[in-house]
Design a protein around this ligand. Structure first.
Ligand SMILES: C/C(=C\COP(=O)(O)OP(=O)(O)O)CCC[C@H](C)CCC[C@H](C)CCCC(C)C
Ligand SMILES: O=C(O)C1=CC(=O)c2ccccc2C1=O
Length: 303
């Protein structure tokens, strides 16, 4: 007879899970794609602005994630989450101020861009993104608890972040940048959507009506399939219409990862331990499809 002993994850693993390094691609991709869209339409590229925006976006995501654990510690939803940064440090107020420091530094970087441009537009858009990010998790709004996170995520990481990155390079807006904005908005919302599948029990207990609590895991897996297909259909349609370059079809090289994601969630949607890694397959899809889309925008200008 064999006995199975459950070994608790090491402290190092818990810290890595709390910091979530792969998740920082949600900062890198919209800034890269927005900058690529600007280059593809205007041939303008300012490295200093690009790097400053990138660093600021990373700092803002650090604020978002640390403050998420701080606010979730107040509702009890994270009581079983060993990799909550608040549970790991046992110091909620230190984490709250660390998060605020990251936010202030991130906004300072965006302020520098506004200063260099003598134009407050980018600062205004990113400030609004942060306010919406706060409304997702912070009191008294906690809109994520009503299942509104994916909508906020779509607009902030999609059209808003990509228009801001576009504007930071060109000081103008572009209607056609809304196409990559929409594609990246969908792939980012897919990450958030996947993060709910394994948390149904804890979410229900804390009164959080996430989309998966509302739809159930099976219907949720079908919505995921539809949204993932939409990424490729939208790119195909707009590339064939000539609104974006045919090179954008490079995004189809990420199709195997999309297939892996959809297949995995359809198979394991109601098995929390197995579906819990779907969030990171979604991160891989978001990163790969985003880089390919950026390449598809830049290449025709370079060749
Ligand atoms: C923190 C987020 C999700 C975690 O949610 P949850 O509490 O369910 O997760 P845990 O189970 O791990 O506790 C992401 C929420 C995203 C939010 C809806 C929108 C944020 C907007 C950003 C501030 C925009 C930044 C743009 C940037 C590229 C400059
Ligand atoms: O911890 C998470 O689950 C997420 C963190 C995060 O920053 C993010 C950003 C954009 C979309 C989804 C997510 C997460 O799911």
């Amino acid at each position: 007879m064999t006995t199975t002993t459950l070994i608790p994850p090491s402290k190092r693993k818990l810290w890595l899970a709390a910091i979530k390094p792969p998740m920082y691609s949600v900062a890198i991709i919209p800034i890269t794609v927005g900058t690529a869209a600007a280059f593809s339409e205007t041939k303008l590229f300012d490295l200093k602005i690009f790097l400053t925006f990138l660093l600021s976006a990373i700092l803002i995501i650090a604020w978002l994630n640390i403050s998420n654990d701080v606010f979730d510690s107040e509702t009890g939803i994270d009581k079983n989450k060993a990799h909550s940064i608040v549970n790991l440090t046992g110091n909620k107020s230190l984490m709250f101020w660390l998060a605020n420091l990251f936010l202030a530094l991130g906004i300072l970087g965006i302020f520098l861009i506004a200063w260099w441009q003598q134009d407050l537009t980018v600062l205004g858009i990113i400030f609004l993104c942060c306010a919406l990010g706060y409304s997702y998790q912070g009191p008294p709004f906690r809109l994520g608890y009503q299942g509104l996170g994916e909508i906020i995520c779509f607009f902030t990481f999609g059209p808003m972040a990509i228009s801001a990155a576009y504007y930071s390079q060109t000081q103008q807006f572009s209607l056609s940048s809304l196409i990559p904005g929409t594609i990246i908005g969908i792939s980012t919302s897919i990450i958030l959507f996947c993060s709910h599948f394994h948390q149904v029990e804890d979410d229900m207990a804390a009164g959080k009506r996430s989309p998966i609590v509302r739809l159930g895991t099976k219907l949720g897996s079908q919505v995921l399939t539809g949204s993932t297909i939409l990424i490729f259909v939208l790119t195909l349609v707009f590339a064939l219409l000539g609104t974006i370059s045919l090179w954008s079809l490079l995004i189809f090289l990420s199709f195997p990862v999309a297939y892996q994601l959809v297949n995995h969630v359809r198979q394991y949607h109601d098995q929390p331990e197995k579906v819990s890694n779907s969030k990171f397959i979604a991160v891989n899809l978001h990163f790969l499809s985003g880089i390919l889309l950026a390449l598809g925008l830049i290449l025709p200008r370079l060749l």
